[in-house]
Design a protein around this ligand. Structure first.
Ligand code: AMP
Length: 288
């Protein structure tokens, strides 16, 4: 595995390997503090491509004022070792100055998918996500890029971006990897207190119960209320939202949708956790 810090080195490293016959590039963008969720993305990329590129960059433009940019966990040495073990060929670790040397003021404006769920309380978050994804895709030019369903809204918005703007990159969805007690793996889990960590699996339990209630015929509104009640009873966290929408459109169901997302965000003392469950209208829970 080679580690590169500049865009020039990154392009050179990819070009060299392509000249050597490694034709297809799989790309795994991350913010680091790697865990098994990230590793699952890398393993999928490893299976489907000649070359695997991973980026580790805590992107300042997707954090709003007062959010946890400074407190976001970082551990470069551990990340390097885990990326190597996961079969990454090129690890790109740029500084903010390398990623953003200029600012001509041009911004990308996501559509209605970015107004709901996390977008309601983080109004500029997905602008920053699309900005960094566009830049990274231009740098790596991947055949395939791997994203986790843990961040289902981000994934839906990126799929729309890629479709509407004719990127050649195929977006590959990867299932959420969980702890044995059901908590979705997240770099932010280390910022939970020991008590909060014990309570946090209730988020996943609440979503599973919600999915069952929906399958048994309850309305989206009733399901949202039941999930919110369960989380409030079982945790000390504050609910940011519990919302059920169509997936991947992230719209209110007009009766025609085939797949729904039940998603929530819960604020704890030092961190905010998100999770979701995808439910097919024919009754199956198709992804968790
Ligand atoms: P992050 O480093 O949190 O920005 O995440 C980088 C990528 O890893 C995104 O595509 C996430 O959706 C994905 N990811 C994060 N956590 C998980 C998880 N528990 N299971 C699967 N993918 C994940």
């Amino acid at each position: 595995m080679v580690i590169v810090h500049s865009v020039g080195e990154l392009r050179e490293a990819i070009a060299t390997r392509k000249r050597d016959g490694q034709k297809t590039v799989g790309f795994v963008p991350t913010m680091g503090f790697l865990h098994e969720g990230h590793i699952a993305l890398a393993e999928n990329a490893r299976k489907q491509n000649d070359l695997v590129v991973m980026s580790i960059f805590v992107n300042p433009t997707q954090f709003g004022p007062g959010e946890d940019f400074e407190a976001y966990p970082r551990d470069e040495q551990r990340d390097i070792q885990l990326a190597r073990e996961a079969g990454v060929d090129i690890l790109f670790m740029p500084t903010p100055e390398e990623m953003y040397p200029h600012d001509g003021g041009i911004r990308i404006l996501p559509g209605p998918q970015a107004k709901v769920l996390c977008g309601a309380s983080r109004p500029t978050h997905f602008d920053g996500v699309l900005q960094v994804i566009l830049k990274l895709f231009n740098m790596v030019d991947p055949d395939r890029a791997y994203f986790g369903l843990k961040d289902a809204q981000q994934l839906a918005i990126i799929e729309t971006f890629v479709r509407d703007f004719n990127f050649r990159t195929k977006i590959v969805r990867v299932e959420t990897v969980r702890e044995s007690d059901g908590l979705a793996k997240s770099s932010r889990n280390v910022n939970l207190s020991p008590e909060e960590r014990k309570e946090a699996p209730a988020i996943r339990q609440a979503l599973s119960r919600g999915a069952e209630l929906f399958q048994s015929g309850q309305s989206a509104t009733d399901v949202e209320q039941a999930v919110a009640n369960y989380i409030t009873e079982q945790t000390s966290g504050q609910i940011d939202y519990v919302t059920m929408l169509t997936y991947p459109e992230l719209a209110t169901d007009d009766g025609k949708a085939t797949e729904m997302i039940l998603a929530c965000a819960v604020k704890f003392q030092k961190t905010r956790l998100i999770d979701n469950i995808l439910i097919q209208k024919d009754g199956k829970i198709c992804s968790e």
